[in-house]
Design a protein around this ligand. Structure first.
Ligand SMILES: NC(=O)c1ccc[n+]([C@@H]2O[C@H](COP(=O)([O-])OP(=O)(O)OC[C@H]3O[C@@H](n4cnc5c(N)ncnc54)[C@H](O)[C@@H]3O)[C@@H](O)[C@H]2O)c1
Length: 253
């Protein structure tokens, strides 16, 4: 098949967690442009509703930290759509605090969304994909899973994202022989509401981020989404267990 055909997601059902805004919304939009039917699964139901309307997809309320509701959502989507071709674990949160001052609840909530939530979704979507004979999972990790980026202190976030990278490799090895590919994407600083929140609290950090990024700018969410669509598509058919770093060169220094 020609490359354009391999890159197409025509006829595929793709679920994007945290797809109501930021990187997830651009993943949803790009997958839609590639021909997929996209389901935005987000904790913010009303934002999910307007995002789905904007891109011409559908939406379902989901809190990835709740394993029972993840199971229910997968069961419901499978009943409504049949085959789930692809699942993108993008929902994520960040808390910044020096390690010695990190409140218990901040550590727990970051782990609950970023790592536990990614596992609950992989497990439930993976179970369904094993039964249907294959599928593709893409986990959104971070360059912070590879380097402890400065100047912010975010031990919980960095650790959760390192866990996502290793979870990806573990599942890729377990499921490769049964038709499921599992890869992760590790963005660098990306212009989203999440980055904006951090920047609003600490205006002087942006200059450090820029000076430590060889390309000297944040990514646009669409620059992350393009790589995710590639990983969802047959153009990446020999890739599993990979962590694709999209960071404007941050990790070369
Ligand atoms: N923005 C960056 O600089 C950057 C860099 C590296 C990695 N990332 C990662 O990319 C992903 C998306 O980040 P973003 O910047 O677009 O964030 P964002 O805050 O702009 O959007 C996150 C989305 O996730 C949803 N969400 C949060 N908790 C949820 C939960 N428990 N269940 C379901 N949905 C939930 C939110 O409602 C929101 O729609 C995250 O995993 C983040 O860690 C972001």
């Amino acid at each position: 098949m020609a490359l354009a055909g391999k890159l197409s997601l025509e006829g595929c059902n793709i679920v994007v967690t945290g797809g109501a805004r930021g990187i997830g919304l651009d993943i949803a939009r790009s997958a839609r442009e590639a021909g997929a039917h996209v389901v935005i699964a987000d904790i913010d139901a009303s934002l999910g509703e307007s995002a789905a309307k904007e891109i011409g997809g559908s939406t379902i309320a989901l809190d990835v930290t709740d394993p029972a509701s993840v199971r229910d959502v997968v069961t419901r989507l499978a009943r409504e759509h049949g085959r789930l071709h692809g699942w993108v674990n993008n929902a994520g949160i960040v808390r910044n605090a020096p390690a010695e001052d990190t409140p218990d609840e901040d550590w727990r909530s970051v782990m609950a969304v970023n790592l536990d939530g990614t596992f609950w979704c992989c497990r439930e979507a993976g179970r369904h994909m094993l039964a249907q004979g294959g599928g593709v999972i893409v986990n959104i990790a971070s360059m912070s899973g590879l380097v402890s980026n400065r100047p912010q202190c975010q031990a919980a976030y960095n650790t959760s994202k390192a866990g996502v990278i290793m979870l990806t490799k573990s599942l890729a090895g377990e499921w490769a022989g049964r038709g499921i590919r599992v890869n992760s994407v590790s963005p660098g600083y990306t212009a989203t509401p999440l980055l904006e929140q951090v920047r609003a609290q600490k205006p002087d950090w942006a200059a450090v981020w820029q000076s430590e990024t060889p390309m000297a700018r944040p990514a646009e969410p669409s620059e992350i989404a393009a790589v995710v669509v590639f990983l969802l598509s047959d153009a990446s058919s020999y890739m599993t267990g990979s962590n694709v770093v999209v960071d404007g060169g941050y990790t070369v220094w």
